[in-house]
Design a protein around this ligand. Structure first.
Ligand SMILES: N[C@@H](CCC(=O)N[C@@H](CS)C(=O)NCC(=O)O)C(=O)O
Length: 211
């Protein structure tokens, strides 16, 4: 495959990191074009032309352009050589899809909401004890359910790393930087999985430089 890959986003974004972790797992090279959401660059006309809902990431592969992280990473997994990040069984794929669905539907808001209370409260309308406690409770529920999906397996969807793990890991990174990490992560099975994630080269290579 010779088409160049371009990722529009910035390295502090968890969804962008998910895409970058997939690219790292596949050993693919790419260009990262900065779109700083903290500076509102995602709302500028040139980015709205790429993503009408003003989000990052957007990925271009040659002449093809994609947005929505789950679609992007499914596509990258299919077209790039290397170990597949999608399980080979129907139940494995269902577990992965549940993990991704839990993350998109409930997990991202809860975990980033919790991290934001400590790390960037101004970006979410200011710190609020009520919001912090609500996000903490929801984060624990989400991580409990992700770990129930994992069961006795090393990874969320089974024996091998999948796209579900790569969705959940970047938001956990932010929570790990907060004083609520102990309470949020104190759910059955989390510590094993988290240690495994932190050992991934793709996780280490994409850690954002927060200055
Ligand atoms: N549904 C989108 C969500 C992406 C998303 O929420 N990205 C965040 C950064 S991690 C963003 O662009 N936020 C900018 C904003 O909401 O203004 C996807 O799956 O790609």
């Amino acid at each position: 495959m010779s088409d160049k890959i371009t990722v529009y986003g910035f390295e502090a974004s968890t969804y962008v990191r998910t895409v970058r972790m997939v690219l790292a797992e596949k050993g693919a090279s790419y260009d990262l074009v900065p779109v700083d959401i903290m500076a509102g660059e995602n709302k500028r006309p040139e980015h709205l032309a790429r993503h009408p809902f003003a989000k990052i990431p957007v990925v271009e592969h040659g002449a093809k352009r994609l947005y929505e992280t789950s679609a992007i990473i499914r596509y990258l997994n299919d077209v790039l050589p290397g170990t597949s990040l999608v399980p080979g069984t129907a139940m494995g794929r269902a577990r992965m899809d549940m993990g991704v669905g839990i993350h998109d539907g409930y997990g991202y808001g809860a975990l980033i909401g919790l991290a934001a209370q400590h790390l960037f409260p101004d970006f979410v309308g200011g710190a609020s004890e009520e919001v912090r406690l609500d996000c903490l409770e929801k984060s624990r529920l989400v991580l409990t359910e992700q770990m129930k999906l994992r069961g006795d397996s090393p990874w969320i969807a089974g024996a091998t790393l999948s796209l579900a793990d790569l969705f959940v890991a970047p938001v956990c990174f932010y929570v790990s930087l907060t004083p609520d990490a102990g309470a949020a992560f104190d759910v059955p099975g989390f510590s094993d999985w988290w240690a495994r994630v932190q050992g991934l080269e793709s996780y280490q290579a994409t850690e954002p430089d927060l200055g």
